[in-house]
Design a protein around this ligand. Structure first.
Ligand code: SAH
Ligand code: SF4
Ligand code: F3S
Length: 473
């Protein structure tokens, strides 16, 4: 409880890893905001620093310890000046390592796993009394309904595009991956709770909703009819909410693409024709060792189903190079698959053995120089596809959702349907609108163009979404 004259305590939060962590960080800020904390961008003048960590690769989780080293110094300096700083470790490293974190970095006051963020205020109080404050259980209660909702001001400050978690956890158990252990088994939020969250966002100026989950298209939340709904069905419901101009969802697994999802892409102009569909490898042998439960040809068939209803659809993917036992031939199969698909973008990673995962026991490690060389070849291929994709926009008119002022005075930046940043000279009051832009040139990954007053005849979009002109506030 804040006393009348108590200045607000300051909170600094640093997130690593995926979109789930970005979303969780906002909900932690909202929840601690209700306890009197205000966010600060400076770790140095915070009373509480939260590191929201990622365990996916060794590099990601080791970053936490170097950051904790720096924080220890800041905490000791502050203590000498008579000021206390609390340090909390949240996220997937907290879940995976628990008490070990405090053993290795005694400067840490609180360790909290992703399913327990609603207990943060209590954990901080416990730590304040010098009691142990470590929580990595998977509690039975639903954290989403127990975390505070964002305030109107917080929503407006975060901009026109927002994430909404609809699903969490994963039951797929790919042999390289820690997520099923750090986030637990799949759970889906009920449809009506998601609808309420989206309404609150759009009432406060949000125009683009990205539904997120580790395995978002395995969504099976309870509908208002008491039956489980698919992601496709959820998309139809979200598209009905006034103010929703664009809908995206991430991350999908190829095996969970069902007919309702394809139909949503066919029928709903708000559903963006850009899908993140990780395949990891193009070699059936490696896909088998990864326990992906699909081959390269199954993946191609899934892509074809999307393309049949939306010829303008584009894909991005994740790739792992150097999975144990990957031969040059296996790697070439990955390049061949990339060639066949033609991606608009992709993320690629060197395989990193993770403690507790089945693949960590595999012996046949690919050597470091081979991994480097394969990563370089794969990235060169992806880069060439991405720049061809971006270049194809030059001379066309595309719809852009305007997000904010760009660095250059008078310039605004927004995103195309394919998440390409697009810059135009325009007045700030078009932020939040989707308007047609004629693309003139490309500067690195950014499209440059000018607003056109006539409706977009998007050369890539046969189902050309009409421009959304000033929807509400
Ligand atoms: N749920 C998503 C993404 C999970 S993590 C999916 O199913 O694809 C994001 C990406 O990190 C993965 O797609 C994978 O490419 C990569 N990744 C996961 N574990 C890894 C590991 N042990 N080493 C290297 N990359 C890994
Ligand atoms: Fe990890 Fe595989 Fe689940 Fe994705 S589908 S989160 S890669 S186990
Ligand atoms: Fe990292 Fe956890 Fe996300 S391991 S990628 S933060 S689910």
């Amino acid at each position: 409880m804040q006393g009348f004259m108590t200045p607000p305590r300051k909170l600094h939060i640093k997130s690593y890893g995926c979109q789930m962590n970005v979303y969780d960080a906002q909900r932690m800020v909202d929840t601690l905001g209700a306890e009197g904390f205000v966010e600060t961008t400076e770790a140095g003048d915070a009373d509480l620093v939260i590191l929201n960590t990622c365990h996916i690769r060794e590099k990601a989780s080791e970053k936490v310890y170097s950051e904790l080293g720096r924080l220890r110094v800041a905490k000791e300096d502050a203590a000498r000046a008579g000021r206390a700083i609390q340090i909390a470790v949240a996220g997937c490293v907290a879940q995976a390592e628990g008490a070990e974190i405090i053993a290795r970095a005694p400067t840490v006051d609180v360790v909290v796993g992703p399913q327990s963020y609603h207990h943060l205020p209590e954990l901080l109080a416990r730590a304040g009394r010098g009691e142990p404050a470590i929580e990595t259980e998977f509690p039975a209660e639903d954290k989403f309904s127990l975390l505070a909702k964002p305030s109107r001001d917080a929503i407006r400050a975060r901009g026109v595009s927002a994430f909404v978690t609809v699903q969490e956890g994963c039951d797929k158990f790919c042999t390289f991956c820690v997520v099923p252990y750090t986030r637990g088994s799949e759970m889906s939020r009920p449809v009506e709770r998601i609808v309420d969250d989206v309404r609150q966002l759009t009432d406060n100026g949000v125009r683009e909703i990205t539904l997120i989950g580790q395995n978002v298209n395995a969504y099976h939340g309870d509908g208002p009819d008491g039956r489980p709904w698919t992601l496709g069905r959820l998309l139809y419901r979200i598209a009905e909410i006034p103010g929703v101009a664009r809908i995206r969802y991430s991350t999908s697994h190829p095996n969970d693409v069902d007919d309702s999802l394809i139909a949503a892409h066919r029928d709903l102009r708000a559903v963006m024709p850009f899908v993140h569909l990780p395949v990891q490898s193009g070699s059936d042998r490696i896909l088998g060792l990864m326990n992906r439960k699909h081959g390269a040809s199954d993946y191609l068939k899934v892509v074809d189903r999307f393309r049949a209803v939306r010829p303008d659809i584009a894909f991005s993917s994740d790739f792992i190079v150097g999975f144990p036992g990957e031969t040059e031939e296996d790697f070439r199969a990955t390049l061949a698959l990339i060639d066949q698909i033609g991606y608009a973008a992709a993320y690629s990673f060197k395989y990193s053995p993770r403690p507790g995962t089945p693949a960590a026991d595999l012996q046949e490690m690919v050597s470091a120089p081979e991994m480097d060389e394969r990563l370089e070849r794969l990235q060169a291929l992806i880069d060439s596809q991405q720049s061809a994709f971006n270049k194809a926009a030059i001379g066309t008119v595309v719809d852009v959702l305007f997000e904010r002022a760009a660095r250059k005075p008078g310039q605004l930046v927004g995103r195309t349907a394919y998440l390409q940043p697009a810059h135009v000279m325009a007045s700030h009051d078009i932020v939040g609108q989707v308007l047609p832009v004629r693309i003139d040139s490309l500067e690195r990954y950014s499209l440059l163009g000018e607003l056109v007053t006539a409706p977009a005849a998007n050369s890539r979009a046969p189902i050309s979404p009409a421009p959304f002109l000033s929807i509400g506030g």
